[in-house]
Design a protein. Structure first.
Length: 255
């Protein structure tokens, strides 16, 4: 299960055409560093970030590499993002040292870089993908449970600029898969299954339907079961995969 700190959550924007990017960890002077490797043809370029950092989500947009993740210090973790362009690597913080935060998932829309994560509480950030500057932070607190243990994992923006966020909250007993919808005036949270100890990992919206992937613990809490939900005017349809230990990290709908 993704809990604080979250695990990597690749999405449909994690790979770009014929460019393959992956992440490795190497040890140098007893300090772990995260690096991003770009392989294009026979050429390999290594981009070193900063000591103690985690690159969680990577995407290519307008020939620039955007990386969402976090810095890890002795006391906390701080949400941040990097942009790799022709001038080098640019590093920006989204959180501060007084809170526990992380950037987890991202989506691009109209030259905006939408980043989902948490900053003590579930939230998302809107960043100008041209100037790299933070424009807005949106908190996703809809009830007291979102203050206890909740986080945003992945984000999607439709053509009407409605923002959909997949993640997890709690019912006071265990974590539950949820998603939020921000239409610009109100933010609403929807519980996918209150009886599941799980989380929603990715989300997509198309033609009055919402598609959400995720996973939950089995009844014996010894393994994970992958699932996805389809939400429309008729309610929530849940689909579970039979294979134990299955985790669904991404969902994409063709149109």
């Amino acid at each position: 299960m993704i809990r604080r700190p979250p695990r990597s959550t690749p999405s449909n924007s994690s790979a770009a055409s014929d460019v393959y990017k992956r992440q490795i960890v190497y040890r140098e002077k007893d300090v772990y560093k995260k690096c991003d490797i770009k392989v294009e043809g026979d050429n390999i370029t290594k981009y070193s970030l900063i000591n103690g950092s985690d690159a969680i989500h990577i995407a290519l947009y307008n020939d620039k590499i955007f990386i969402a993740g976090r810095e890890t210090t002795y006391d906390t973790q701080i949400a941040c993002y990097w942009v790799v362009d022709n001038e080098g690597i640019h590093h920006f913080r989204l959180g501060d040292e007084n809170e526990v935060s992380s950037a987890v998932g991202a989506f691009f829309k109209n030259d905006k870089y939408f980043v989902a994560g948490y900053s003590n509480d579930p939230c998302y950030w809107i960043i100008d993908a041209v100037t790299y500057q933070l424009e807005k932070k949106v908190d996703l607190i809809t009830d007291t449970y979102d203050n206890l243990n909740a986080g945003a994992i992945q984000i999607f923006v439709d053509d009407d600029n409605v923002v959909y966020i997949a993640g997890y909250s709690t019912n006071g007993l265990h974590s539950i898969p949820v998603y939020w919808v921000d239409d610009g005036s109100t933010i609403k949270k929807f519980v996918l299954n209150e009886n599941l100890d799980g989380e929603a990992t990715a989300i997509w919206a198309l033609e009055d339907k919402i598609y959400v992937s995720g996973q939950y613990c089995s009844d014996d809490f010894e393994t994970e079961l992958g699932c996805y939900w389809i939400i429309d005017d008729n309610g929530i349809q849940e689909n579970t995969f039979e294979e134990k230990g299955c985790r669904i990290n991404s969902i994409f709908v063709c149109y």
